[in-house]
Ligand binder design. Structure first.
Ligand SMILES: NC(=O)c1ccc[n+]([C@@H]2O[C@H](COP(=O)([O-])OP(=O)(O)OC[C@H]3O[C@@H](n4cnc5c(N)ncnc54)[C@H](O)[C@@H]3O)[C@@H](O)[C@H]2O)c1
Length: 377
């Protein structure tokens, strides 16, 4: 990876992506250094886009800090939650940019979780055919995966991420201290993504969490971003199928999110999907059962769900077929072969009935008041 530089507790690296480059900075108490960090990217005005939770917590104080440092910074907010991940929100924010006279020299700064990154990325990619884009993720899902890689998108009704584009950020600033205010369930959701990245390409993440738990989050986030970065650098716009490997757990996960009406948090759905992918791979003889058992144990230790909500195996497969990663109407599944190694298979490669059997074998009842499919069953 180009441009490596470790200074004190702050990690920096750059992802060369053809005609563009994403610089990544990870550390603690970084928000107060944002005016200096932005100096190299100074264009025109800064349009901070945040949701109604992160706005008052972090975006408003950051806007004041930037103003004190001589930046012209404005904030645009939208209601927190997956329901806001729609073209309606994107169009409204573009109209706000238009009313403010935002032009092509200006920069959209996404500050928040994965939803804000996706929505703000769409604004940055579409407004005036694209303006500068910076990401400051504040959720663990955002830090571990969403902020890097340039995929931004919104849902079309219940169709997850069906409208989207590539908009690589120029800069990603990860201040791990912002996790202090993240609700516990959101931290667990991020751990679902983190462990999945470990299984698909960074086994050290898995083994560290397996032996010590998620103690040093800064180090684990850096390892996850470096791992994702390798796939993204190899295939910046997902043209060669390399990035498909990053979808481990996600085809199952997106189907469960969709069937729950987006009530199951993203990382929970991915955790269930990771476990199912391991069990399916074990059933096919691709992955040792003992490795699937290890993944199962770690997910439970992190208090993540492992069992499938009672939507019915056929409905889940039908919802998986609606995933945009299908090819010629057939499912493509990412399956682990070992810790840190996955393969992508066509559904024709999966023995008839095994997918349905796996979904049924790991099914669970939905219990009111608990996230569907939570641990232990
Ligand atoms: N584009 C990508 O590559 C990519 C990758 C993974 C996930 N995603 C998308 O990201 C979304 C999930 O992201 P998410 O889990 O961050 O959800 P989210 O953005 O809805 O954030 C979860 C909640 O946490 C709040 N929050 C965020 N940071 C906070 C903080 N520091 N303190 C207090 N509250 C905070 C948010 O306001 C929100 O209420 C999904 O829509 C998923 O599809 C995108």
């Amino acid at each position: 990876m180009a441009g490596e530089d470790r200074r004190g507790a702050v990690a920096r690296f750059a992802l060369p992506l053809g005609s563009v480059r994403t610089d990544v900075v990870i550390g603690r108490a970084l928000l107060r250094s944002v005016p200096e960090l932005f100096a190299d990217y100074r264009g025109g005005r800064l349009i901070l886009i945040a949701d109604t939770t992160v706005g008052p917590l972090y975006a408003e104080p950051l806007c004041s800090l930037l103003a004190q440092a001589g930046y012209d910074a404005r904030i645009l907010l939208f209601p927190a939650g997956e329901d806001s991940k729609s073209m309606d929100t994107v169009v409204r924010l573009c109209a706000d940019c238009c009313a403010l006279g935002v032009d092509r020299d200006d920069t959209v700064v996404a500050m928040g979780g994965g939803v804000v990154g996706d929505v703000a990325g769409m604004v940055a990619g579409m407004y005036m055919r694209g303006i500068n884009f910076i990401q400051i993720p504040t959720s663990l899902v955002g830090m571990v995966t969403a902020a890097v890689g340039g995929k931004v998108g919104v849902n079309l009704g219940h169709h997850k991420n069906m409208i989207g584009l590539f908009k690589h950020p120029l800069l990603v600033v990860v201040d791990v201290d912002t996790l202090a205010t993240l609700p516990t369930d959101e931290v667990r959701s991020g751990l679902g993504e983190l462990i999945t990245v470990g299984v698909l390409g960074a086994p050290a993440i898995f083994t560290v969490i397996e032996s010590d738990g998620p103690r040093d989050l800064q180090e684990l986030i850096e390892a996850a971003l470096r791992c994702k970065g390798r796939f993204v650098v190899a295939d910046p716009e997902d043209r060669h199928g390399i990035r498909a490997q990053l979808n481990l757990g996600h085809t199952f996960g997106h189907a469960l999110e969709k069937l729950s009406g987006f009530q199951v948090p993203h990382g929970f759905a991915v955790a269930i999907g990771l476990h199912l992918a391991c069990r399916l791979a074990a059933g096919m003889g691709i992955l040792p059962v003992a490795t699937a058992d290890r993944v199962h144990r770690v997910l439970i230790a992190l208090d993540l769900p492992v069992t499938v909500p009672a939507y019915g195996a056929e409905r889940i497969v039908e919802a998986m077929r609606g995933d945009k990663k299908r090819r010629q109407g057939r499912l493509r599944l990412v399956l682990p072969r070992a810790l840190g190694e996955v393969i992508v298979v066509d559904e024709n490669d999966v023995p008839t009935g095994l997918l349905l059997e796996t979904l049924t074998a790991w099914g669970a009842e939905i219990r009111p008041g608990r996230p569907p499919g939570r641990s232990g069953q």
